[in-house]
Design a protein around this ligand. Sequence first.
Ligand code: NAP
Length: 559
Amino acid sequence: MTSENQATTAASSQASTAPRTGQGQAAEFDAIIVGAGFSGLYMLHSLRELGLSVRVLERGGGVGGTWYWNRYPGARCDSESVYYMFSDHMSREILDEWNWSERYAAQPEILRYLEFVTDKMDLRRDIQFNAKVTAAAYDAGRNRWDVGLADGSTLSARFLVTAVGCLSATNTPKFPGVDTFAGDSYHTGAWPHEGADLAGKRVAIIGTGATAVQAVPEIAKQAAHVWVFQRTPNYDIPGRNKPLQADYAAKVKADYPDLWQKARLSGFGLPYEVEERSAVDFSPEERQPIFEAAWAKGGFYMGLETFSDYLVNKDSNDTVSEFIRGKIREMVKDPATGEMLAPKDHPFFTKRPPLENGYYEAFNRDNVTLLDARAVPIEEITPRGVRTAEDEYEVDAIVYATGFDAMTGTLFGMGITGRDGLRLQDKWADGPQTYLGLTTRGFPNLFVITGPQSPSVMSNMPVAIEQNVEWIAGLIQYMRAHDLDVAEPAQEAEDNWVEHHNQVAAATLLPETDSWWMGANIPGKPRTLYPYVGGVGPFRVICQEVAEKGYEGLMLTPG
Ligand code: NAP
């Protein structure tokens, strides 16, 4: 155990909201929250405010979730830092006090921020670290969730809230020989805390998603040579990261009340100026300056502030896709490499567009080689490196930037069992079935933060998280005020939500593309759009209306 782990374990043993424990019995709480990232921290604060006894179970040795695990070189957020934080709903003081150093904060700074929040809000004392949940079973007789940990201990609670993140179960493809490699293997989502020494090494990087796009330029600066195995090129937008200007940050702080409100009611959780207009209604000469301005600005403005119908109008999408392809070809010196990097098999934004800060330029370096893993797939990992049908690449290290079993991987791994022994993965065998993405029938008093069929990853995460947490806390408050003990969605309400979710998805171009949003990156995973794409603002309104109607669609009963 590291000294950090020892410290956190000791701290966590002094839980403030005293659980009721008898000899030989599991510690009992009003609520158990799984995960101590953005979601778990805010959920803990919100439930403590209601006076509940709460325990957070966190498998890591510290807070941070995504930002605890993803320590690969170049890791930073793709939302602008000033919006990638808790709003005044968590604490006005923290919002005023915290200052970001860059337009897009790097992982160490975001982790420092979450630690700062944890300490400032005195959250640590209710968090149990190194606590991996291996089972969570609902006991209808007691109306309690019994939660088992990897160390054999058990806890129980009336409410179980999962705050496990959308991208927390890493995916390493099952290449033949994957365990035979004699060098060092790393997955970006489980990067060693002590770092990886890649200086002067020959490195294979597999994958070209948002993670690899951040990691490749940084690893290329240290390594002797980097081979990037690309199966699908992406539409990478320039991030144009830079130090955060003090006057800009001050103006944002002054405008926060309006900006948060705008973000909460927006499509994607960001307070951008979205003009309702189609690219096809503009001539190429009119479109060009609009595209150029967004390209120069950098960030998701390209997708959100140019034209508003890319996800529903293929002709409109073709215009922006072609513009980005042209930019890629311009940035990459070798025409053949530029052509390989230009995506042609899917429309813009039907896979998550990465933000790049030096990714395309990295391919102008002599020590970076792009390989086409679609045309010449990886056949096996050997003790020496990566072998394709054409060659064997001898390397000292392999970096798997191969993504995650998103949105359901971690939930299924927790062994969640509802009423009558129903396992969550069996209930969702053909795809998630939820009411508002927050609840699922057969699993009373289980609440899922940023779960499938809620906006989650289709949003700037903190905005989606705050809405989810506040809705769950509001419901629990309502239940307590009305002496209600059990919350479970009615079948009809759940069916209607799933149908609505699917209808919204079907109206977009998203289902046509193989993406992790569609579950297409994991063999055998049901193909369905996992996040809700109806918009953060409209989703908020729907949830608010449900609450105002006494949580319509939920069956609320005394214990
Ligand atoms: P990802 O988008 O799923 O990308 C995984 C990459 O690995 C893809 O290029 C994929 O190719 C490739 N791959 C998977 N299996 C392969 C195989 N058998 N052979 C060759 N290539 C293979 O994962 P990610 O890059 O970790 O990003 C996941 C998500 O995390 C992002 O979309 C984003 O939402 C989030 N993220 C956020 C930030 C941020 O905001 N700071 C940064 C990084 C990531 P295919 O495309 O062909 O499947």
